[in-house]
Design a protein around this ligand. Structure first.
Ligand code: F0G
Length: 355
């Protein structure tokens, strides 16, 4: 048998990434995530299209951040950095802490106190990060870490670090390779707007190389209570149950608008009810537990379809950015499931089963 050991996205896509043969690659074998055809969902929402879900929750720390973090930490290591820092709504901190541990670096994370899903916090704790919870939101935390990284010898690994975008663009490469071309529509949650920027860069690069024939329409969705780009102004107190995208001043704001405008797409918003509906639908119709923020892409598709913005017969990809296991509180709260307790007697169990 021929040896075929997948060793992460830098090794797979090194010709498209700013690395050399001597770059010390820091990897947890991220990327290569499943692209799952969602026929039940298409039927349920009455859309005559091929829908695919890119399940980024299967990355090593459970979110798409690993794609960017392998690049950012690899380049930090190449430059001799001893410490990294980030602001985070949870996933970036989990990913930074994991890659920091792998690289033997110290990791500092600033998080908004009380607004981090339990799983994400427990990950950063176990990977050994220095965790600082501030009385403030993500936007304020990001301002602080930018300041700190400019004054002290710690490398910033938020998506304002261009290497993050380089790593994350490989998600677009994987989609194009799986489908044999770019999709027609690309639905994606928008928080700090790094990921929509990265995917668009990936699609543009494959088009320029002649590997694909067109760009997908980039369809970005913010949460209504944090919809700075849609509303055209910074939201000082962003609010949404999708804490991962509870962001009021996206760092890649202009790049997201560029992706929208160049691709003929949209940036719109979905409200918390629509997010919860999509979150539940994904689990109950497709067997996929994504986190609430991830469901914003599917909520966006449902909304766009209702508004008549989706042409039938097209290929659609929705990015599911993070694993639902990161946020067990939301899963338990919104599942509506009541656990039935009985004795261990067969008759009691059958009674509970109602058969
Ligand atoms: N989905 C999830 C699960 C996220 O964690 C994030 C961002 C996004 C979507 C939005 O992506 O910021 O590139 O537009 N999470 C960051 C964090 C902010 O700190 O983990 P974006």
């Amino acid at each position: 048998m021929e040896k075929n050991h997948y060793q992460g996205l830098i090794n797979k896509y090194r010709q498209y990434l700013p690395v050399t043969d001597t770059t010390p690659v820091v990897t947890l074998n991220e990327g290569n995530t499943p692209l799952i055809k969602a026929d039940n969902l298409a039927k349920k929402i009455g859309l005559d299209c091929e829908i695919y879900l890119k399940y980024e929750g299967s990355n090593p720390t459970g979110s798409f951040k690993d794609r960017g973090m392998t690049m950012a930490v690899t380049k930090a290591k190449e430059a001799g950095a001893k410490a990294i820092i980030c602001a985070s709504t949870g996933n970036t901190s989990a990913s930074a802490a994991a890659y920091g541990a792998k690289a033997g670096m110290k990791t500092f994370v600033l998080i908004p106190d009380g607004y981090i899903a339990l799983g994400k916090l427990s990950q950063a704790m176990m990977y050994g990060a220095e965790i600082i919870a501030i009385k403030g939101n993500f936007d304020e935390a990001l301002e602080r870490v930018i300041e700190i990284s400019q004054k002290y010898p710690v490398t910033l690994v938020n998506s304002v670090n261009p290497f993050r975008i380089e790593g994350q663009k490989t998600g677009a490469f994987e989609i194009c390779e799986a489908l044999g071309d770019a999709p027609d529509y690309h639905f994606i949650p928008v928080g700090n707007a790094g990921n929509i920027t990265a995917y668009f860069k990936g699609y543009e690069e494959f088009l320029a190389l002649g590997k694909t024939t067109h760009l997908p329409k980039m369809m970005g969705f913010e949460a209504e209570g944090a919809a700075a780009i849609v509303k055209g102004e910074r939201i000082l107190k962003p609010e949404t149950i999708a804490t991962a995208i509870r962001i009021g001043n996206p760092a890649s704001w202009k790049q997201a608008e560029n992706a929208r405008d160049k691709s003929g797409g949209i940036i719109n918003f979905v409200n918390d009810d629509q997010i919860v509906e999509a979150y539940k639908l994904l689990a109950s119709t497709e067997g996929i537990l994504a986190e609430p923020a991830s469901a914003a892409s599917v909520a966006g598709l449902i909304k766009a379809n209702k508004l008549g913005l989706v042409e039938p017969g097209k290929k659609i990809v929705c990015i599911l950015t993070g694993n639902g296991l990161k946020d067990p509180d939301s899963a338990i709260k919104y599942s509506g499931c009541e656990v039935k307790k009985t004795s261990s007697e067969l008759s009691d169990i059958l009674k509970a089963m109602q058969i």
